[in-house]
Design a protein around this ligand. Structure first.
Ligand code: GLP
Length: 244
């Protein structure tokens, strides 16, 4: 595992973008795995800068989101499809029709599960993810793989942890408006990506980062699977790295 500790959040974005760009193929359409949350925003801005300076081109790239809420009305501004259209497609010029997001609109478990299987199939069809961009939850979650998630899990429906709903309540009017369930890529799905680039800033992430990078490999800390991947890059600020 490569760990890069940066003095400023801007530098975190730059170094993370460099790690992403270095792993993209130039002989076929690149496939990006996309995380939501505030952590990767600086990285997306830097990728946008690389496009405007002619150092990168995502016009034939595919994007695959890590996760989506279940049950939000179509077009809801906090649905991850809308978030990624705003924060990634527009910023880096990834065509909206190449942005794939798990389908959280199914009304039954069977419908949602069928959608999750189709999502895995779609990732396989384009040849797998070249670089998976990741944030980390304060409880060590990856995507919405909460503590206790199976280490080999695939895309599926999950219930959100109480801590995650509280953390994400800032995006909704009240905590009751935060969905209770999601569809998320599994830890096994994430491990299939050829490179993992995780971005974390701030002391609220320090415990999760120390447990993920230096603790035991355990389902209690889903991000500890990063230790199992042969090409993982952690890009941190000094606050997030303080317990390493
Ligand atoms: C959500 C997302 C995760 C993300 C996490 C951390 O729960 N599903 O993929 O890593 O938030 O978000 P932030 O970067 O805003 O702390």
């Amino acid at each position: 595992m490569e760990i890069i500790v940066c003095p400023t959040p801007e530098e975190v974005g730059r170094r993370a973008a460099d790690s992403v760009l270095a792993a993209l193929p130039d002989d076929r359409d690149p496939v990006l795995g996309l995380a939501t949350g505030s952590s990767p925003l600086g990285l997306y801005r830097e990728l946008g800068r690389a496009v405007s300076e002619g150092r990168a081109d995502f016009s034939s790239a595919y994007g695959f989101a890590l996760d989506e809420y279940v049950g939000l009305p179509p077009g809801h501004p906090q649905g991850y499809h809308q978030v990624l259209l705003r924060e990634v497609s527009e910023t880096v010029g990834l065509p909206p029709d190449r942005l794939n997001v798990p389908d959280g609109s199914g009304r039954t478990l069977a419908e949602l599960t069928a959608g999750a299987r189709a999502y895995e199939e779609r990732i396989r069809t384009v040849g797998g993810v070249d670089v998976q961009i990741l944030g980390i939850g304060a409880n060590g979650h990856l995507g919405f793989n909460e503590p206790g998630s199976a280490l080999t899990s695939r895309t599926r429906v999950k219930r959100l942890a109480a801590r995650t709903r509280t953390d994400n309540a800032r995006f909704f009017e009240t905590i009751e408006d935060v969905p209770t369930h999601c569809v998320t890529q599994g830890l096994g799905t994430i491990l299939d990506a050829r490179r993992l680039v995780l971005v974390a800033t701030g002391s609220a992430k320090a415990h999760a980062i120390a447990a993920a990078a230096e603790g035991p490999l355990t389902a209690s800390v889903p991000a500890s699977i990063l230790q199992w991947h042969a090409d993982t890059v952690l890009v941190l600020d000094e606050d997030a790295a303080q317990l390493l």
